[in-house]
Design a protein around this ligand. Structure first.
Ligand SMILES: Nc1nc2c(ncn2[C@@H]2O[C@H](COP(=O)(O)OP(=O)(O)OP(=O)(O)O)[C@@H](O)[C@H]2O)c(=O)[nH]1
Ligand SMILES: [Mg+2]
Length: 328
C-alpha cells in the first residue's frame, strides 16, 4: 500500500506517500502509522520541518495573496479539519467463521475501531474474530436481518466516519481508503459501485443483475439520482449524518434505505468503484425474490410516506475492549 518513503529525520515523524497522494505519518518510535491527507495540493502537515527552502520562499510570497482570495470567494468545500477524522468499520456477520479472519486481517491500520455485529452465529465466528483482532468491538444483535445489524453497529460506532462492509470475503477492506478519501472531500455518503470504471463483480447471477438494474432505474426515477448502483453493502458515511437518515430497515433493504433517505435529506452523495468477489465460503442469506420485493417496497414507501423514526431493533449486548489504535 505504501509505495515510497521520503524525508527521514530522527526527531520528526517520518512521512510516507501512498499511490493516491495520501500522506502517512509514522512517529519516531515507529509504533503506529498516523495518517494525514492531502487537501487539494496542500499537505497539512505542520509538524514536518523538512520542506525545501525554495518552496518556503515561494509560500511567503503566495500566502498573503491566497488569504485575500479566500476572504473574497465563497467556500467551495469544507474547511480542512485540524484533527484527523477517526474511522469506524462495521461488519455485520452471521455464521462467517470461515471468512471473518480474511476480512479482519486486511483492515487497514489507520482504522480506529472495528465493530462486528453478530447475528447469533453458532459456528465460532466471534471466537475466530477475537483471536485475530482481540480489540474488536462485538455487538450481539438478537433481531435477525442485516438491516437490524447495521443499525445496531451505527448506534455503537464512535468514529467520525463509519464504513460498512460484509464479513463474507466478497469485499476487499483495502478499498476502505478510497471511501474515506471521498468523505474527506466533503461527501456525507460514499456508495461503492460495481458498475463504474474500476468496479466489477463476479458474484451476481443474471436474475440478480436484471433485478438490480430495474430497481436502480426506478430509484433514479423516483429520487432524481444518476447512480450506477443500488443494492451494494460497501458504503461509508459521516457519522454526524446518520441520525438524519432515521433508518428503520431490518433486512437487505438497508442499503436502499440509506440511499433513499440520503436523497430525501439532500445529503452529498457520491460513488466509488468497488470490486465484489463471490463469498469465500458458506451460503448466502439473501433471497432474490423476497429481498427484491422488500427493496421495491422501500423505494416506493420512502417516496410517498412520511418518514418515521426507526426504533432500536433490540437492546444489543456490547463487548468493547480497548480502541484499536491504542492496542497497536
Ligand atoms: N448480524 C447479522 N448479519 C447478517 C444477517 N444476514 C446477513 N448478514 C451479514 O450481512 C452480510 C451480507 O450477507 P450475504 O449473505 O453475504 O448477502 P449477499 O452478499 O447479498 O449474498 P451473497 O452475494 O450470496 O453473498 C454478510 O456479512 C452476512 O454475514 C443477520 O441476520 N444478522
Ligand atoms: Mg455476500
Amino acid at each position: 500500500m505504501l509505495d515510497s518513503q521520503a524525508h527521514v529525520n530522527n526527531n520528526a515523524p517520518q512521512k510516507y506517500y501512498s499511490g493516491d497522494g495520501t500522506v502517512f505519518l509514522a512517529p519516531p518510535d515507529g509504533t503506529t502509522n498516523v495518517r494525514t491527507r492531502h487537501w487539494g495540493s496542500t499537505v497539512l502537515d505542520s509538524s514536518c520541518s523538512d520542506v525545501p527552502s525554495s518552496r518556503e520562499s515561494l509560500m511567503i510570497i503566495t500566502r498573503p495573496i491566497e488569504a485575500i482570495i479566500r476572504r473574497v470567494s465563497p467556500p467551495q468545500s469544507p474547511a480542512p479539519e485540524l484533527t484527523q477524522p477517526t474511522v469506524s468499520v462495521i461488519i455485520p456477520a452471521k455464521n462467517e467463521a470461515r471468512n471473518i479472519g480474511w476480512v479482519l486481517e486486511r483492515i487497514p491500520s489507520f482504522v480506529d475501531e472495528v465493530i462486528i455485529v453478530d447475528g447469533l452465529s453458532n459456528d465460532g465466528t466471534l471466537e475466530i474474530a477475537k483471536m485475530i483482532s482481540p480489540d474488536v468491538v462485538v455487538v450481539h444483535e438478537m433481531q435477525p436481518g442485516k438491516g437490524a445489524a447495521v443499525r445496531a453497529g451505527f448506534r455503537e460506532a464512535r468514529g467520525d466516519y463509519v464504513v460498512m462492509l460484509d464479513a463474507d470475503g466478497s469485499m476487499d477492506p483495502a478499498e476502505i481508503e478510497r471511501f474515506v478519501a471521498r468523505l474527506d472531500e466533503g461527501y456525507d455518503l460514499v456508495k461503492g459501485s460495481r458498475f463504474i470504471d474500476g468496479g466489477g463483480t463476479t458474484d451476481m447471477t443474471l436474475v440478480r443483475k436484471i433485478g438490480n438494474g430495474a430497481l436502480l432505474m426506478l430509484s433514479n426515477l423516483l429520487y432524481g439520482g444518476r447512480f450506477s448502483e443500488l443494492c451494494y453493502g460497501y458504503m461509508a458515511l459521516r457519522r454526524s449524518a446518520i441520525p438524519e437518515l432515521r433508518l428503520s430497515a431490518v433486512g437487505f433493504e438497508i442499503e436502499t434505505q440509506i440511499v433513499t433517505r440520503a436523497m430525501r435529506s439532500n445529503l452529498r452523495v457520491t460513488e466509488v468503484a468497488s470490486r465484489e468477489s463471490e463469498r469465500m465460503h458458506g451460503d448466502s442469506n439473501l433471497n432474490a425474490v423476497r429481498d427484491g420485493l422488500r427493496i421495491l417496497r422501500t423505494l416506493i414507501n420512502d417516496r410517498v410516506l412520511p418518514i418515521r423514526d426507526g426504533e432500536p431493533s433490540s437492546r444489543p449486548q456490547v463487548d468493547r475492549t480497548e480502541q484499536r489504535r491504542e492496542a497497536t
